[in-house]
Write a protein that binds this ligand. Structure first.
Ligand code: HEC
Length: 232
């Protein structure tokens, strides 16, 4: 039988093994933490790339700007937005009353609109559209502080979508509000896809109808159910 080494040797050996594990761990940690300011660069990764940052200068151009306008008279690939109905919500110079060709009203389309509305709009306008979303409530709270708005908050009440004037907006106009914003409300054209913006506009119409419908708006065959409280 091989005699066991003395205890002190085992102990020192274990300690040495542990100590040896420290440098690789430290190196791995430093390698995994991006830090362009690091004093010693062993691996450059892609920390130093020649490039022009937004708002930067580029001496190549006469005006010295790195950011360039589109070349006049040209259209970038995929940017031909000739369909005014689809892209601007306008038909013959007026706000469109219907969905553009290629989009069809359906339960699915409205459900998608509802889901997107709940994500993007309900925070201010509320789930039912009364302008009472959580962000709006909180901002109004900060505004109504007795010693003046907290931290200089300034806020415009999110419109109730059941406001008589807003109820008159056609589908195309609602699409335009979602896309480009209106007065104090920012546009969502950059964040929400084209089709989804139409779906949201359609859902806003449905929301409005949900608070302001007459029996005549219900298909005749469903009216009896409505009286019995069975219509979804
Ligand atoms: C950050 C809060 C906020 C969000 C999010 C928001 N809105 Fe608004 N919205 C406002 C405010 C504030 C107004 C009123 C602007 C004013 O009167 O200056 C407004 C106004 C409106 C109006 C009324 C336009 C009119 O003619 O008066 C509509 C319609 C509307 N929003 C729809 C939407 C839809 C749809 C979404 C989601 C894509 C959305 N809003 C997201 C704050 C918001």
């Amino acid at each position: 039988m091989i005699p066991l080494p003395p205890r002190w040797m085992l102990f020192t050996g274990a300690l040495a093994a542990l100590a040896l594990a420290i440098p690789p761990v430290v190196i791995a940690r430093v390698r995994a933490t991006p830090d362009p300011e690091r004093a010693v660069h062993i691996f450059f990764d892609m920390d130093f790339q020649p490039k022009f940052k937004p708002q930067g200068q580029n001496p190549l151009f006469a005006d010295g700007r790195a950011q360039r306008y589109d070349v006049a008279g040209t259209v970038a690939k995929g940017e031909t937005k000739l369909d005014a109905h689809l892209f601007e919500g306008v038909v013959d110079g007026k706000w469109a009353e219907a969905l553009p060709a290629g989009l069809a009203m359906s339960d699915e389309f409205l459900a998608r609109g509802q889901q997107r509305y709940n994500i993007y709009c309900s925070v201010c306008h509320g789930y039912a559209g009364f302008g009472d979303g959580a962000v709006n409530k909180r901002a109004m709270e900060l505004m109504s502080n007795s010693e003046g708005p907290v931290n200089g908050t300034s806020w415009v009440q999110a419109k109730s979508l059941h406001d008589p004037l807003v109820r008159e907006h056609s589908l195309g106009m609602l699409y335009n509000v979602v896309t480009n914003g209106i007065r104090n409300m920012a546009g969502y054209g950059a964040q929400i896809d084209l089709e989804d913006r139409w779906a949201i506009a359609a859902y806003v119409k449905a929301l409005q109808l949900s608070q302001n419908a007459s029996l005549q708006d219900v298909p005749p065959e469903l009216r009896d159910n409505l009286k019995k409280g069975e219509v979804k």
